[in-house]
Design a protein around this ligand. Structure first.
Ligand code: IMP
Ligand code: MG
Length: 174
């Protein structure tokens, strides 16, 4: 089926917002090293841009997870496909995600990371779809709240496509 993507949040708006969040994080973590944990693959575009806007010391690690079961009946139990390289003990961990939707993945992931004994653990997401929340998740930094529509771009995919779009958009079927 033919499809096209309509812009929802422009590249300029995203850049501006990432600068603001970077400044806020720099203030909140002043004098500390912030350890950014990227959830692959969606979080990578946001994390790289965000890291450039943080003025305190930054280290980074990456992990990849997949949910058990079918997409429609997600249990929220996730499988670690690629674990972090470094232990989290005593680090100021900031998880960087593309989007928080039902909250299932993040609530499970945060609990698991918390059990590794970080000095602190916070969550930063580019997008939040609060209407879709099933399990409450404390989000510390949010780029944009979006309506209940399937969005792509800036790391988010539809069938592995569109991650590389420099804006956030909505897929429309012609
Ligand atoms: P949650 O466990 O329902 O919060 O799932 C979050 C994950 O679902 C995100 O990390 C995305 O990979 C995916 N996801 C949720 N909503 C969208 C969307 O609108 N576009 C693309 N991926 C999405
Ligand atoms: Mg994701």
């Amino acid at each position: 089926m033919a499809q096209h993507v309509e812009v929802m949040i422009s590249e300029e708006e995203i850049d501006k917002r990432i600068k603001e969040i970077g400044e806020q994080i720099s203030k909140d973590y002043a004098g500390k090293q912030v350890h950014l944990v990227c959830v692959l693959k969606g979080g990578v575009f946001f994390m790289v841009e965000l890291a450039k806007r943080i003025t305190t010391d930054v280290s980074m690690d990456f992990m990849s997870v997949s949910s058990y079961g079918s997409e429609t009946k997600s249990s929220g139990v996730i499988k670690i496909v690629k674990d972090l390289d470094e232990p989290l003990r005593d680090k100021h961990v900031l998880v960087v995600e593309d989007i928080v939707d039902s909250g299932r993945t993040l609530s499970y992931l945060l609990e698991m990371l918390n059990s590794r004994g970080p000095a602190s653990l916070k969550l930063c997401t580019l997008l939040d779809k609060p209407e879709r929340r099933v399990i409450p998740v404390d989000v510390d930094y949010t780029g944009f709240e979006v309506p209940d529509e399937f969005v792509v771009g800036y790391g988010l995919d539809y069938d592995q496509k569109y991650r590389n779009l420099p804006f956030v958009g909505v897929v429309k079927f012609d």
